[in-house]
Design a protein around this ligand. Sequence first.
Ligand SMILES: [Cu+2]
Length: 322
Amino acid sequence: MKRSDYPSLLLPDPPRRRFLQGLAAGGVALGLGPWLGSAGAAAQAALAAAGNAVPVLRGTEFDLVIDETPVNYTGKPRMATTINGSIPGPVLHWREGDTVTLRVTNRLKGSTSIHWHGILLPFEMDGVPGISYPGIAPGSTFVYRFKVKQSGTYWYHSHTGFQEQTGMYGSIVIEPAGGEKVRADRDYVVQLSDWTDENPLTVFGHLKKQSDFYNFIEPTAIDFLGDVSQQGLRAALDKRRMWNQMRMSPTDLADISAYTYTYLLNGMTPSGNWTGLFRRGERVRLRFINSGAMSFFDVRIPGLKMTVVEVDGQLVEPVSVD
Ligand SMILES: [Cu+2]
């Protein structure tokens, strides 16, 4: 799979698009720049050496540390919110039927939380501040413990402020009690997300003041004349009236576009070209996860048929797609 094939959506203009391909080796590993020598540099060097692999943790006991980590996706150094120093955080491998213990330590200046997305558990373990618990205060550790009652592909993320947008998310892979029913020779998580160099609060502020702030492909007078010549004046006017009455734009596919977003795959920018290796004839399982704060993704691998076998942790009637 080539990173350059993705994403095909919402890229306003070519120069910007090239820029937003990002740094070839962006992310945590190259976030060293101005902070070289700061705490955590050794951990980052280890990540750089690991290439494009997201760290994997297996078993029933997990220690997760939430901290700020310097990153650089576009040439501008920024601070991210990380789990064990990486974006995404580690892949958590669980087994159906096991009881897992997850100790989450907060090294941030403010409160944090981890919510286990799609996981069935007692409400006190759900990790939503203000609903199921007060959150995890700075300097403290919260211990989550619950029995794993399901299998499949899930993810986890902060449920506090905009921490998820700034890097605080990871994937969960749960092996079924009786082993995988659909066998594969290789198994890869493909976690898709979006990164902005802006403060997410600023992004939010822009949208509150102007909902199409990041939309640069609004219909123009020339588009209208094109509609008139194709559909006739009446139909063109009707169409425009319909959108105006809804106070919506026909190009309003997502509120936040590539104007500010760099799209990440397993924490790498498009130029980072995340690669999953396999041999000819092997069957590869890809676990696609949308961890975008605001984006949805049109997933395809040009020239390759894929079979969807599982959705949201549920086995489904296999469906062939591109
Ligand atoms: Cu969620």
